[in-house]
Design a protein around this ligand. Structure first.
Ligand code: ADP
Length: 221
């Protein structure tokens, strides 16, 4: 964590020091490039700090989840359109049945979990591949899945993949992250009464999914 916190900070300070010390010598293009780096690294820090705060709230039992009857369709569509803008080299596909029951869930937290899984799918799979998102109704739950055509996860790592700070280094050490995303997803989903699951095959890809309870007195749409 300290490495992941320090690297972006060092980069930001490097750029701002250059901008300040050589203000008169720097052309507009160089200045823009420096600002772009500052912006990117600040976003990385923002995400990391968000993850650290969420994890400590989950562990302290102070992270609030407010389940209400939730239509998952607009949440999935919004999450996909946000990631599509950030991942122009991937094809995004959405598979939704004509009718999907309401889930008893916190819409903001569902958005957070889906966005996290989508981020990972895009982060770990090569450009030009497809990332699919879908949902299916089960007798007492609704299951949401995110499937990629990435490297997959070797069998021996699968049991620990949702643990805090666990990362599979073979997937490329240069992919940034500290290994909290999936642990947070698990904590949030379980707090809403659901379960996280993964099926994965090396060289084929991974499917991360999670269930959410259907609302009582179901209103089907
Ligand atoms: P981070 O992305 O910060 O490393 P996560 O908790 O989100 O942390 O993921 C933990 C590890 O699980 C990742 O480092 C990676 O090795 C593996 N992983 C997660 N999602 C995928 C995926 N879609 N494909 C392959 N490996 C994945």
């Amino acid at each position: 964590v300290s490495h992941e916190l320090r690297t972006p900070l060092t980069s930001i300070r490097g750029q701002t020091t250059t901008l300040l010390d050589y203000a008169e010598l720097i052309g507009p293009e160089e200045r823009l490039e420096a600002l772009r780096i500052v912006d990117e690294e600040a976003a990385r820090l923002d995400e990391l700090i968000g993850h650290l705060l969420d994890m400590s709230r989950l562990e302290a039992g102070t992270l609030r989840v407010e389940p209400v009857a939730t239509d998952l369709r607009p949440i999935l569509l919004e999450a996909v359109s946000l990631i599509a803008a950030q991942a122009p080299a991937h094809t995004l596909a959405v598979h939704l049945p004509p009718t999907l029951p309401l889930a008893q869930a916190d819409p903001r937290r569902v958005m957070q979990v889906v966005s996290n899984l989508l981020n990972n799918a895009v982060k770990f799979s090569p450009a030009g591949t497809t990332v699919s998102v879908g949902a299916e109704a089960r007798p007492t739950t609704v299951v949401i899945y995110v499937r990629d055509q990435g490297p997959g996860i070797p069998e021996e790592h699968v049991p620990r993949i949702f643990d805090r700070f666990y990362r599979v280094e073979e997937n490329g050490t240069r992919v940034s992250g500290v290994g909290l995303g999936l642990a947070i997803c698990k904590g949030l989903v379980e707090a809403m009464g659901g379960q996280v699951m993964v099926t994965t095959e090396v060289g084929e890809g991974s499917t991360f999914s999670f269930s959410l309870p259907r609302t009582q007195g179901d209103v089907s749409r």
